[in-house]
Design a protein around this ligand. Structure first.
Ligand code: SAM
Ligand code: 2KA
Ligand code: SF4
Ligand code: MG
Length: 210
């Protein structure tokens, strides 16, 4: 049980439920191959049935941690930090990102965009979900759109989402991991026919790194 005082600090984004943090190689999307420190914040109620970190969903399982401590760890490892989750926009990201920025970090986010966009970001990866659509505001500022392809209908959803993003946003199709053997040939064929899209793979899973 967390105290009422702690809850107030979490609501303000002064503390956040920290699931894990690790220095690794960004496996996905535009920055694939780049070393970065990952901060995984607990809490998500979007509920993707194929989510590969379901352990993150219940925020109460992850200890409320002072943002100052999170930042201190991060900057000792890397000047590129990826905030992920869970769904990081469940929480107010203002203080975390401003504190990282003050330390000279490049700050990236992995988000479904389902909640209000808070924080200052150098790179926004928007991975929209049909079951809880992104807020209107995030389409304007997303740097990459990364649609997960589980079945053929996801290609139609991908086109609908691509019609909503800004003109500079880079478009990725990423196979859902458990379906990769059947979905990869479909994505390859689709991208060759529709070259505005690029392929994104979860390369960290092939590299056997976090
Ligand atoms: C675990 S989510 C956390 C961030 C945020 N909740 C989101 O969905 O963008 C990180 C990234 O992994 C993707 N992802 C999650 N499960 C996946 C799976 N089984 N196969 C492929 N990508 C997956 C998400 O779409 C997202 O781009
Ligand atoms: N290496 C690595 N790259 C990633 N890119 C996005 C990830 C995520 O879970 O948000 C992720 C992850 O979990 N590991
Ligand atoms: S939005 Fe992200 S963390 Fe939440 S269930 Fe979907 S993939 Fe998992
Ligand atoms: Mg992951």
């Amino acid at each position: 049980m967390i105290t009422e005082d702690t809850k107030v600090l979490v609501d303000k984004g002064i503390m956040l439920p920290l699931m894990e943090e690790f220095y690794t190689i960004q496996g996905e999307g535009f920055y694939k191959g780049t070393a970065a420190y990952f901060i995984r914040i607990g809490g998500c109620d979007v509920g993707c049935h194929w989510c590969d970190v379901k352990e993150s969903w219940d925020a109460s399982l992850h200890p409320p941690t002072h943002v100052g401590k999170i930042v201190e760890n991060a900057v000792s490892h890397s000047d590129t930090v990826v905030i992920t989750g869970g769904e990081p926009l469940t929480w107010d990201m203002t203080i975390l990102t401003e504190t990282l920025k003050a330390q000279g970090c490049k700050i990236h986010i992995e988000t479904s965009g389902a909640y209000k966009l808070t924080g200052v970001w150098d790179w926004i990866c928007l991975s929209p979900k049909k079951i809880k659509l992104p807020t209107e505001e995030i389409y304007e500022v997303a740097n990459e759109l990364k649609v997960i392809v589980y079945n053929l209908h996801d290609l139609k959803f991908a086109e609908e989402q691509a019609a909503l993003v800004n003109k500079d946003c880079i478009l990725y199709l990423q196979p859902e991991w458990s379906k990769r053997d059947s979905v990869i040939p479909v994505i390859v064929d689709y991208v060759m026919k529709n070259p505005k899209w690029k392929v994104s793979l979860q390369t960290h899973k092939y590299l056997n790194i976090p």
